[in-house]
Design a protein around this ligand. Structure first.
Ligand SMILES: [Zn+2]
Length: 335
């Protein structure tokens, strides 16, 4: 059985919008009337690949181009639409609310509404929003809420972040800029003590963590050496009680790397209980079979492969026994 952790949908009016017009900049993705992030594309790829359940989230690349006053409306609109899709495709689709963690009390209230009232199953946050990273003190009420609600928080890059002035060519914003921003955001959540202060958080990194599992050794020695590495700069104020790798292992990561050695490194770093299959399809709709194949090519023992393909996701999503039984029954029906 497969649970798909990573697919994106836009509300129809955002899918129809031409991002080239935003603030006169040509930074946003230009859909030219063909935005791939639609529920129809999700369901089509889902059925063709034999997926049992797809989690839909909204990467909301458009949100950085909204005025502060319009952000909340855009967030509410997606939550309502995600709940609508969850009801329409009951048993096949679960939705995450897209939340801006540092946007103040009204946003935190909206986050609570999305879970408690609308029944969405988790939060999607950007690795940074308008230059603010989610370790910002303004985001602490959000982290408190996420821990209280006990739902997963899926951290994912926005359209562009760190170094975006250098990634405008050759699709580097997607291939390099976004993972780099995510890696930075996760490292900041660790050293700034968010995972220390909110130990029950279920934080899930997209794209295998954007390289954080490769550089974690450097983070560890930067912490461990303290005065011996004075020339690397200050480590104050100290916010953590363990080396960064300790907190990294509390996190979960999806498999969206499209590179087998990278996926193996993530799994080796955090273990099979914290590694989750995902494809990022749509928008990368044609790549979904490749994403599934890559996990198969990891040649994991069966119990581990099951964890990666669905058991870990099922646990994070808190699927009930009844929900799981339905998914299993549906999988065994002839197509
Ligand atoms: Zn994505």
């Amino acid at each position: 059985m497969i649970i798909e952790w990573h697919t994106h949908v836009y509300p129809p009016e955002e899918a129809a919008a031409d991002s080239r017009a935003w603030e006169g900049k040509n930074l946003g993705p230009a859909w030219d009337g063909r935005c791939p992030m639609t529920i129809d594309n999700v369901m089509d790829a889902h059925r063709r690949s034999g997926v049992a359940l797809s989690v839909i989230s909204n990467a909301a690349h458009y949100i950085r181009y909204k005025s502060d006053a319009d952000e909340l409306k855009a967030v509410q609109r997606w939550s309502d639409y995600a709940a609508e899709l969850q009801a329409k495709h009951a048993g096949e689709v679960l939705g995450f609310a897209t939340i801006l963690p540092a946007a103040g009390p009204a946003m935190v209230k909206e986050a609570e509404r999305a879970i408690r009232q609308l029944g969405l199953r988790g939060f999607f946050i950007h690795s940074n929003h308008k230059g603010i990273y989610p370790d910002n003190d303004a985001a602490r009420p959000f982290w408190e809420l996420a821990e209280d609600l006990d739902v997963p928080v899926f951290i994912h890059p926005p359209h562009a972040g760190i170094g975006e002035e250098f990634v405008g060519e050759y699709r580097l914003a997607s291939s390099i800029g976004r993972p780099a921003d995510l890696c930075l955001a996760i490292s900041r959540l660790i050293v700034r003590g968010i995972l220390e202060d909110f130990p029950r958080l279920k934080l899930v990194g997209s794209h295998g963590g954007g390289g954080i599992c490769e550089v974690i050794g450097r983070m560890n020695y930067a912490y461990e050496l303290q005065d011996e590495a004075y020339f690397l700069g200050s480590y104050a104020p100290m916010k953590i009680k363990h080396e960064p790798g300790y907190y990294l292992k509390k996190m979960y990561f999806d498999s969206v790397t499209y590179h087998l050695p990278a996926a193996r490194m993530v799994l080796d770093t955090v273990g099979p209980d914290h590694f989750i299959y995902g494809s990022d399809a749509p928008p990368l709709t044609v790549l979904k079979p490749r994403a599934i194949q890559m996990v198969k090519e990891m040649h994991l023992p069966q119990d581990q492969e099951e964890k990666v393909f669905w058991r870990n996701a099922a646990k994070l999503l808190k699927l009930s026994e009844a929900e799981l039984a339905k998914l299993h029954a549906k999988q065994s029906e002839p197509a």
